[in-house]
Design a protein around this ligand. Structure first.
Ligand code: PAF
Length: 272
């Protein structure tokens, strides 16, 4: 397995490859969720590249950029064992220049929900994913449904900038009890982890209820009864294009939650 430390090395590696590349962009601290993306990429492409880069431009001042878990050696081991061909681990210095051409997330859908609570976050995500796509030039790129708004905006960027890349949507991986896997789960104490479970429980309950009622207020009320978090940032009902909806549309609804448990901000969603 090749380790590519700079965009220059990655571009050269890419040039020498003859075949389709499946690309899994990550910020490292790899878990079973990432592994499922990697395994899917391996089954569908000639070569697989994983990027590990804690992208500074998608963190807001005061967020967890400095304490975001970094486990490069363990991540390499996971990638190697899975059969990844190359891991791209650039530095902020070789990815960014001082006065850059900037990509802006869409004015509305980049600034609602996650974008409202983390203004500018998606500008940074799209900036780095744009760079990564240009460096790796994959045929397919793999993203998890857990970051549903990110997934939608990346698909939108691919469309708007005419990237010839298929975005593959991958199911959210969960612990046995339902907690969505996230690199940030390591921040949770045992007590917080128990309460964090109320997020996936509320979503599961909402999905079940939605087969009986299309009334969002009714569903939301039950979700609020289940949730045991410290700060609920939103419960939202959108269609697959991230338009707000006022009643459940079977096959075209995503229910999303963002909440803080202790100091840890968690997001989760369910597609119905
Ligand atoms: O989902 C993530 O891990 C990040 O937002 C991504 C897509 C790797 C960009 O930094």
């Amino acid at each position: 397995m090749k380790i590519l430390n700079s965009p220059k090395e990655a571009i050269e590696f890419r040039k020498a490859l003859n075949g389709s590349i499946g690309f899994v962009p990550t910020m490292g601290a790899l878990h079973e969720g990432h592994l499922s993306l990697i395994e899917k990429a391996i089954s569908e492409n000639d070569f697989v590249v994983v990027s590990i880069f804690v992208n500074p431009t998608q963190f807001l001042p005061g967020e967890d950029l400095d304490k975001y878990p970094r486990r490069l050696e363990a991540d390499f081991e996971i990638c190697k064992r899975a059969g990844v061909d190359a891991v791209f681990t650039p530095t902020a210095e070789n990815m960014y220049t001082k006065d850059e051409v900037l990509i802006k997330a869409p004015k509305i859908k980049g600034y609602i929900l996650e974008g409202f609570n983390r203004p500018g976050h998606f500008d940074g995500v799209l900036q780095v994913v744009n760079k990564l796509f240009n460096i790796i030039k994959p045929a397919k790129a793999y993203f998890g449904k857990k970051d549903a708004q990110q997934l939608y905006l990346i698909k939108q960027m691919v469309k708007n900038f005419f990237f010839d890349i298929e975005i593959v949507e991958c199911e959210t991986k969960r612990e046995k009890d339902g907690l969505a896997l996230s690199s940030r789960n390591v921040y949770l104490s045992d007590e917080e982890r128990k309460r964090a479970l109320s997020i996936s429980k509320a979503l599961k309950r909402a999905a079940k209820l939605s087969s009986k009622t299309k009334n969002i207020e009714e569903i939301k009320k039950e979700m609020l009864d289940i949730l045991d978090v410290d700060e609920l940032q939103y419960i939202a009902f959108v269609d697959r294009d991230f338009n707000y909806i006022n009643k459940i549309k079977p096959g075209d609804t995503i229910i999303l939650i963002a909440a803080k448990v202790g100091n840890t901000r968690l997001i989760d969603n369910i597609w119905i």
